[in-house]
Each structure stands twice: as structure tokens, then as C-alpha cells.
Ligand binder design. Structure first.
Ligand SMILES: Nc1ncnc2c1ncn2[C@@H]1O[C@H](COP(=O)(O)OP(=O)(O)OP(=O)(O)O)[C@@H](O)[C@H]1O
Length: 491
């Protein structure tokens, strides 16, 4: 058997959009094979075809040289391929054991047996999670491990990991890679999707690049220069990322917090952000940085402390009040707080300006479209047009719509949480550039990110550890220095 997995000459259309155009992939047995491409290149569409969730309009899929099962035979698909998605498929209201086994029981559920089988399964795959814990209480990393164990328990020897590291911090990524290496040694074949090209070099042996719905290249990773990989993705020679020099921030404070505490998340936090300043928030997953940022954006209410936005004191935990005070935000969880899938790109991206675009609460569709078109251009959103529902966009492009919404009202205070998660290399620059532009125009921004590269645009980075700000690091840090503070090794 030459290839464990083959997708040949696949074409898939959604109405006027061709998501895959005679594209394909060939993955050798036991290999970890990367699939990369810009947002909207067709990666997720290939995943849905390789997992049997969608049928191609043309082309075929083979596993170990044999034709893929029929579309209705879900069990046969599950025995051949499993996918761990960035967005969890685990049901939060059920226990881990129920998530692992419920849909495999007969009509009568034997609870005791279910729990013990779940414990055995978790032990087999060395997943240190309580089988009786509620899945909703698990962290991102633990949930992912449960999903991997569930995937393997169906007997699949081919696993697709679709942007698994997008919501993990550094140490968790390392633990995932250790697990992936162990799986590879056991002969498991993997397809790995990521926008982090350094990860591709670290964990994969070969890489396939899709661009504009087509296959453009497959190469062994070891002999592929980084520049060539980026050029294949973007279709142009790589431009050197330029480091912008912004003016020094003014004295005007646009966002301020004093004595903020939220039980179990953070304690005694104070910070102030000036007009023209980007303040980074860094720390591990348990550092409290996301909880703090959510409080600053009005998504959460602190137990004590005070927040001022442009000199006003919006009601804590009241998002509309924060928006009215001049704040814009990009939430961590875009699927819940970020966009309304059935509404169009224009409707989603112009939501906060509805008051302004038309008088007396009426929004003129024409003005909404004009503003939306402008944002689509500025942020390079790949869409059929402003009227397309966001649900039809690729993950990274939906994230850009969330970003557009945060910026559309020219906010004077911005809180952005992991804004480049799931966004391709080139678009990252566009999004971070948009934050810098807003700051140049006089806004102040808080930027929370797990990615050190994102934090480079910050004037200073506040590092959090166990719920407290432990250090204020000025521009000019090295990765090593920042990581040492984040991990509590050095203060
Ligand atoms: N259900 C759908 N209806 C209409 N268009 C769709 C649908 N699903 C995908 N598309 C379109 O197909 C194209 C490919 O999308 P796909 O999700 O495969 O991209 P991707 O490479 O996974 O992107 P990302 O890196 O942003 O996740 C996009 O233009 C997208 O808008």
C-alpha cells in the first residue's frame, strides 16, 4: 500500500463558490502530513469530504487503496478516520464517560458498565481526566485529549487534527506534540492543519499546500525552505514584515482598571491604557488573562474593583454600556459571542454602528453595505459579498468579520483576545496592522494573545501569573525572557 489516504481530483461547489477545484492529497502510512493554505483555501472542505460528512461533486476518496464507504455508513467511516476539530464536538452538559460512550450503547444504558469502560479507555490512552467529570468543566486541552481518545477508540488509524493548537498555550502544545509523536510511533497516520508554520516544521514529515481551491504543492518538510512554503500559500514572493514605529502614546487614559478581583480568576489587578498605546496581556492558560480581558470588555462582572472607559464608568458586566462608552472588543470565543451565523457579513460587521448609520434607529441598507464593503477590503475578507451569511465563510474569514465588528465604530478603547487564532500568516499582518491603525488614530488597545509574535506590536506587555500581574515588560523583549516570566521562572 503506497498511500493510507488518497483524495483524487476532488471538486466541491457551494452555489457560486468552488471550494475545491480538482484538488487532492496523498498521505503515506504512518506519516504526519500537514495541510496548509490561506483562509478559505478549501482545507475544511477537504476535511468534511475525508470524514464522509460531505460528498464531493467530482473525485474519489480511498483508504488503504480501497474506495471509501457509502455516505450513510457512519460506523464504517468512524473505523477509518476521526477528526479532532478546533471547535469541540463534546457535549458540555454530559459527563466525560457519557460523551465517550453514549451513542454506542444499545437501547438500555448500563451506567456502571459505561463508567468503567470509560475509565479503561482513558487509562489506555493515558488521559488523566475523571470519567465522571462534566465535560463542560474541562479545559480546552483536556477536552481535546478526550476527543482524541474517543477518536482512537473507534479503531481509526487515521486522525485529522484541524487547528488543534489554536486555543492551547505553549506547554499544552508541547504535551500535544509529545502525544502525537507517540501515536506516530504506534503507526497512526495523521493529517495536521495549522496556520503556525513552525509547528508544521516541528511535527510533520510532509506538507501539502492548497491555494484558491487548488492543490499547488506537496513536498517533504525537511527540504522545504520557509519562504518557499509561504510563497506557495500566498502565490507571491514573501514580503519582509515591516516593523512599524508608532508615535509615543499621549497622556490621555482611555481604559483604566483599579483593584479588580474575580474569585478564582484574578486578584487585585490595576492597569491603565493610554491613547496611542497597545498594552499586551500575556500568561499561561490559567493565568487569568482571558478572565481579566473579558471583564475589561464588559463580558464579565468582577467581584470588586472599578473600570473606567474614556472617563465613564459603564455598568459592570453590561456589554451595551461598554460599547456606548466607546469600547470595541474581539472575544475569545467567537462562536458564542462573536457573530450571528445566519446574518450576513454586512449585518454582523456593522452591528455596533446600527445606531449611527441611520437616524431614529433605522439602518439604511445602502450605508451598511458601503461600510461593510470597506471593511471587507481593509481586512481582506474572502466572501462572495456583504450579503453572504457568515455561516458560509471559512473559519478564518469569520474571525475577520468579528474583528471588523470591533473596529467598525472607531472605538477609542479596544480589547482584543487572541485575534489571530485560526487566521493565515498573511491575514495576521492585516489584522494586527488594523489594531495599529486604530491606535495611530488615537485609540488605546489591550491585546491578549498566546502568540508571542502578536505581542510584538505592544508598547509594553503585562505578564500575568496565577491571577496577578507580575511584571510590566517594555518593548524589546526576547521570546526567552517573556516565556520565563510567563512560566513563573523569573520575575
Ligand atoms: N456551506 C458553505 N456554503 C457556502 N460556501 C461555503 C460553505 N462551506 C465553505 N464554503 C466556502 O468554500 C471556501 C473554502 O472554505 P474552507 O472552509 O474549506 O476554507 P479553509 O481553507 O478551511 O479556511 P480557514 O483557514 O479559514 O479555516 C470558502 O470560500 C468558503 O466561504
Amino acid at each position: 500500500m503506497r498511500f493510507h489516504v488518497e483524495a483524487r481530483n476532488i471538486t466541491k461547489r457551494f452555489g457560486p463558490t468552488t471550494a475545491l477545484n480538482n484538488a487532492g492529497i496523498e498521505i503515506a502510512p504512518g506519516q504526519t502530513h500537514a495541510l496548509v493554505g490561506r483562509n478559505g483555501a478549501g482545507k475544511s472542505t477537504l476535511v468534511s469530504i475525508l470524514t464522509g460528512l460531505q460528498r464531493p461533486d467530482e473525485g474519489e476518496v480511498l483508504f488503504a487503496g480501497e474506495a471509501a464507504p457509502g455516505p450513510a455508513d457512519r460506523d464504517a467511516w468512524r473505523r477509518r478516520v476521526a477528526c479532532v476539530y478546533q471547535k469541540s464536538t463534546i457535549i458540555p452538559a454530559l459527563t466525560v464517560a457519557e460523551n465517550l460512550f453514549l451513542n454506542r450503547q444499545g437501547r438500555y444504558v448500563k451506567w456502571r458498565e459505561l463508567r468503567s469502560k470509560a475509565r479503561d479507555l482513558l487509562a489506555t490512552y493515558e488521559v488523566d481526566v475523571d470519567a465522571e467529570a462534566l465535560a463542560g468543566d474541562l479545559g480546552v486541552e483536556q477536552r481535546q485529549l478526550v476527543e482524541i481518545a474517543r477518536a482512537l477508540s473507534f479503531g481509526a488509524t487515521f486522525i485529522i487534527l484541524d487547528e488543534p493548537t489554536a486555543r492551547l498555550d505553549g506547554p499544552a502544545i508541547e504535551r500535544l506534540f509529545t502525544r502525537m509523536r507517540a501515536l506516530r510511533e504506534q503507526g497512526v497516520t495523521m493529517m495536521y492543519i495549522s496556520h503556525h508554520l513552525d509547528e508544521v516544521y516541528e511535527i510533520c514529515q510532509s506538507v501539502t499546500v492548497f491555494r484558491d481551491a487548488r492543490h499547488v504543492m506537496t513536498r517533504p518538510v525537511a527540504e522545504l525552505p520557509h519562504d518557499e512554503l509561504v510563497s506557495a500559500m500566498t502565490g507571491e514572493a514573501t514580503a519582509v514584515a515591516h516593523q512599524t514605529r508608532r508615535r509615543a502614546p499621549g497622556d490621555l487614559v482611555v481604559l483604566e482598571a483599579t483593584g479588580l478581583s474575580l474569585r478564582g480568576r484574578y486578584e487585585g489587578v490595576g492597569l491603565s491604557v493610554r491613547a496611542g498605546e497597545v498594552v499586551g496581556l500575556a500568561g499561561s492558560a490559567s493565568s487569568g488573562k482571558i478572565g481579566l480581558a473579558e471583564t475589561l470588555a464588559g463580558l464579565r462582572k468582577a467581584d470588586s474593583g472599578r473600570i473606567t472607559v474614556n472617563g465613564r464608568r459603564p455598568k459592570p458586566g453590561d456589554v451595551p454600556a461598554f460599547l456606548a462608552a466607546g469600547l470595541g472588543f474581539v472575544p475569545e470565543d467567537r462562536h458564542h459571542e462573536g457573530f450571528v451565523p445566519l446574518l450576513s457579513v454586512a449585518e454582523n460587521s456593522t452591528m455596533p454602528v446600527m445606531r449611527r448609520l441611520g437616524s431614529f434607529g433605522l439602518v439604511s441598507p445602502g450605508r451598511r453595505r458601503t461600510r461593510a464593503k470597506q471593511m471587507i477590503r481593509e481586512l481582506d475578507i474572502k466572501t462572495g459579498g456583504p450579503d453572504q451569511p457568515v455561516a458560509e465563510l471559512s473559519g478564518g474569514n469569520a474571525q475577520k468579520v468579528v474583528f471588523a465588528r470591533a473596529l467598525v465604530d472607531d472605538p477609542t478603547a479596544l480589547v482584543v483576545m487572541n485575534p489571530t487564532a485560526g487566521v493565515d500568516v498573511k491575514s495576521k499582518q492585516a489584522l494586527l496592522g488594523a489594531v495599529e491603525d486604530a491606535v495611530e488614530r488615537g485609540a488605546g488597545a489591550v491585546l491578549v494573545s498566546d502568540e508571542l509574535d502578536d505581542l510584538r506590536i505592544c508598547d509594553r506587555v503585562l505578564v500575568m501569573f496565577h491571577g496577578r500581574i507580575v511584571k510590566d515588560v517594555p518593548r524589546g523583549w526576547t521570546d526567552h525572557e517573556l516565556v520565563a516570566v510567563m512560566e513563573g521562572i523569573e520575575q
